[in-house]
Design a protein around this ligand. Structure first.
Ligand code: SF4
Length: 747
């Protein structure tokens, strides 16, 4: 029987005219996404396999963002949960096989866009391209895996690395991949969480004892105030806008702290609400525009105001936290003049925010890449945690800390241990934990962290990596400085790309061989699979039969098969016969995932930790208390004529770009978002061609005037990666810095 949803929260019936934007039904004529047109386009794109497309939507757990939905219903609200991100991704789940002949010569393909490569069709057969050959030729699975196994046997474990991205990968695949990688003798396994929320998990663990969202989506809807820091949920998690809409209907306020006033956060038309679809909804009460990198200064200024105005929850601080005195000392040493200069916001802005926040009985603080993808991403997260603790906004109804995730598989990746710095369960790598896991698994596991994503590329650059195994992902698009990444990739003698479609990194040559392994999607995965959402819900997505593409295989099966070929004598130690067996083992090895083994049907789920973590101020730290982490603002100094540049997302999923014009802003992919006053100062206007230069690279762009804090500019990711310096990353978590200081000149 289909999952009907638990229909917990319904929209209040009373209209909120004060939130209306105007009388343009569905915002006709406005710059905004057109959901109904997207539905028609989705039908057209999937016309060759509509029955299967319907089954994926109807039965599957969404492989888009990590908000999470099973079929058309989630676990939070009544009514339909569907968005254009999911619709845009549907085609990769329904398309047919590519013609292997198109890969016989890769040179002509190198000029194609990612979208064009994707549309070649699904990878259907293992393929190999040896050094000197123009392209790939199909081979049997045995030949491909024997080649990989031979390369693994011919080298030492420290010269191997495995990377998994979050596109659709299930917990089962992550779990088996990490177990097999450690069976092969290395902790060199990492996943896409490293390049997004690594600072969040690291800092949350340190400060409150758990590296995950502390509340549920119901708390967002039941909150008095929702604050978005560096998160554009209208773009990345569209149905979150419906949660915000419901919260606003119930009287909640919404505040946004960001370098730019995002149009999608200012006004939105929720397509499944008649009132919102007809009249639009003012989604945000207050915007606070700050400098890129100015978040710590802004939050510290707010904390100073809260202290001065007696708005700190002293009882919570006294009963449940440590380190408040150190925080006070840090704040006392900072002047408002300096905090204004560094944050870009005024003292009046900080006071306005503090009064809004200080008068809210409860608040959920939400953040995303605008906070984490910085050289001091962990400090940014610490500042937000300090803010929450100062008002006791953790572990109670309508309150919480929410590092919102953009990709469906990313929350589970680190929790399953497919991570260079933790074992399954997010357990830190120490000699004790390594001994414990070794005893459990029956083979020796190293007690040193492995290579993180960017370190893999640095190691490859030095010629110290012999095999790079990449499940999904595209380092060429994801990491800073693409030229350097391409050079590094070619230095790895054997590269394996396990994926569902062709990506540009597959076309880069190698000293010995590049191997392509065709993967099944999450919906084709044998025996189904689970995914963990931002609110820690482990949701089951069943195997949906009726779509076998060539010889594509479930990814966990490939890892098991590889282990058999590398070391047949010991391979029984990593043997799994079914997805159920994997879930049974996950439940034993990761206690917080208990219950995952009981999930069988669409909509079956278990929320690890329950609705809220740290309930009642009980923090799972060694002393049972939360810890303030005092952080000082980092000054990003710019000279006259320079700008702080950050990277942003348009209509895309990770590096998969869906359309050339961003429906929320109307900007083309080569847009440079710049304030009108800055544009005037440079002597350019809307649409003018400019050259943007950083100390490592340059890119051509077109001026797009936007409501961005003067002195700051933005370009789309990954187009802007050429401006980013490799090797700059957050000291605690290893997330790369996706920002730069640039100059701009007319082209
Ligand atoms: S909001 Fe996220 S989980 Fe929900 S349908 Fe869209 S992509 Fe899927």
């Amino acid at each position: 029987m289909a999952w009907k949803g638990s229909a917990r929260i319904k929209s209040p019936k009373r209209a909120r005219r004060d939130l209306w934007i105007g009388f343009r039904p569905y915002g006709i004529g406005e710059t905004k996404p057109n959901h109904y047109k997207e539905i028609v386009r989705t039908v057209w794109e999937n016309r060759r396999n509509l029955p299967y497309a319907w089954k994926v939507l109807h039965k599957g757990v969404c492989d888009g963002c990590a908000l999470g939905v099973a079929g058309f219903h989630d676990w939070t609200i009544s009514g339909v949960h569907l968005c254009t991100t999911r619709l845009n991704l549907l085609q990769v789940n329904t398309m047919g096989a590519l013609d292997p002949a198109v890969l016989a010569d890769v040179e002509p393909l190198r000029a194609r866009t990612g979208k064009e490569l994707r549309h070649l069709g699904r990878l259907a057969h293992p393929m190999v391209r040896r050094a000197g050959e123009p392209g790939f030729r199909p081979v049997a699975w045995e030949e491909a895996l024997d080649l990989v196994a031979g390369a693994i046997r011919d080298t030492t474990p420290d010269r191997l690395a495995v990377y998994l991205t979050a596109r659709g990968i299930t917990n089962e695949t992550y779990y088996v991949a990490q177990k097999v990688t450690r069976f092969l003798g290395t902790n060199n396994i990492d996943n896409a969480a490293r390049v997004c929320h690594a600072p969040s998990t690291t800092t949350l663990k340190r400060a409150i004892g758990v590296g995950a969202t502390t509340c549920s989506y119901t708390d967002v809807i039941e909150s008095d105030l929702i604050v978005l820091f560096g998160a554009n949920v209208a773009n990345a998690q569209p149905v979150f806008m419906k949660y915000l809409y419901l919260a606003r209907k119930r009287g909640a306020k919404v505040a946004v702290v960001n370098p730019m006033v995002e149009p999608g956060l200012a006004r939105y038309w929720v397509p499944s609400s008649v009132e919102s679809a007809m009249f639009g909804t003012k989604m945000t009460d207050e915007f606070f525009t700050v400098n890129t990198g100015g978040d710590v200064a802004f939050v510290n200024g707010v904390l100073k105001v809260l202290l001065a105005e007696g708005a700190v929850d002293r009882e919570f601080v006294r009963e449940h936290t440590e380190g408040f005195g150190d925080l006070l000392e840090t704040l006392e040493g900072e002047s408002f003049d300096e905090l204004e200069r560094q944050s870009g916001a005024t003292r009046a802005d900080m006071e306005r925010f503090a009064r809004l926040y200080g008068s809210a009985a409860s608040a959920v603080l939400v953040w995303s890449m605008g906070i984490t993808q910085h050289e001091r991403g962990s400090d940014n997260v610490a500042a937000i945690v300090n803010l929450a603790l100062a008002r006791g906004n953790v572990g109670r109804r309508g309150a919480g800390l929410m590092p919102i995730r953009g990709h469906s598989g990313v929350q589970g990746g680190a929790e399953m241990g497919a991570y260079a710095t933790v074992f399954p369960g997010g357990v830190g790598i120490t000699s004790e934990s390594a001994t414990e896991l070794s005893e459990r698994y029956g083979f020796t596991i190293g007690d040193r962290p492995g290579l993180t994503a960017e370190e893999m590329i640095e190691t490859a650059s030095r010629g110290a990596l012999d095999l790079l195994y990449s499940s999904g992902g595209n380092f060429l698009d994801v990491l800073p400085d693409p030229a350097l990444v391409e050079d590094a990739l070619q230095r790895v003698p054997v590269r394996v790309h396990q994926d569902i479609v062709v990506s540009s990194q597959m076309l880069v040559g190698a000293a010995k061989a590049v191997v392509l392994l065709p993967a099944a999607t999450r919906y084709e995965q044998r025996d189904g699979g689970t995914q963990t959402t931002t609110e820690r819900r482990i949701a089951f997505s069943p195997e949906i039969t009726g779509h076998q593409v060539g010889e594509a295989r479930s990814e966990w099966e490939v890892f098991v098969d590889l282990a058999r070929r590398v070391d047949p004598g010991r391979a029984h130690l990593v043997e799994f016969a079914s997805g159920q067996e994997i879930r049974d083992e996950i439940a034993r090895v990761v206690p917080s995932y208990a219950g995952v083994e009981t999930l069988r049907r669409t909509g079956d789920s278990v929320q690890w930790g329950g609705r809220r973590l740290c309930e009642g101020g009980a923090f799972p730290t060694p002393d049972g208390r939360a810890h303030f982490v005092p952080v000082e603002p980092a000054s990003v100094e710019i000279a006259p004529g320079e700008f702080r540049l950050s990277t942003r997302r348009g209509k895309q999923f990770n590096t998969m770009i869906h359309v050339e014009t961003d429906p929320l802003t109307g900007a083309p992919r080569d847009a440079l978002f710049v304030a009108a006053s800055d544009a005037r100062a440079i002597g350019v206007t809307q649409g003018d061609h400019v050259v943007v230069r950083s100390r490592v690279g340059a890119m051509g762009a077109r001026v797009h005037i936007a409501d961005v804090r003067p002195g700051n500019v933005q370009v789309f990711f990954p187009e802007g990666n050429a401006l980013l310096a490799a090797g700059r990353r957050d000291h605690d978590s290893g997330v790369p810095d996706y920002n730069a200081v640039v100059t701009i000149e007319r082209a």
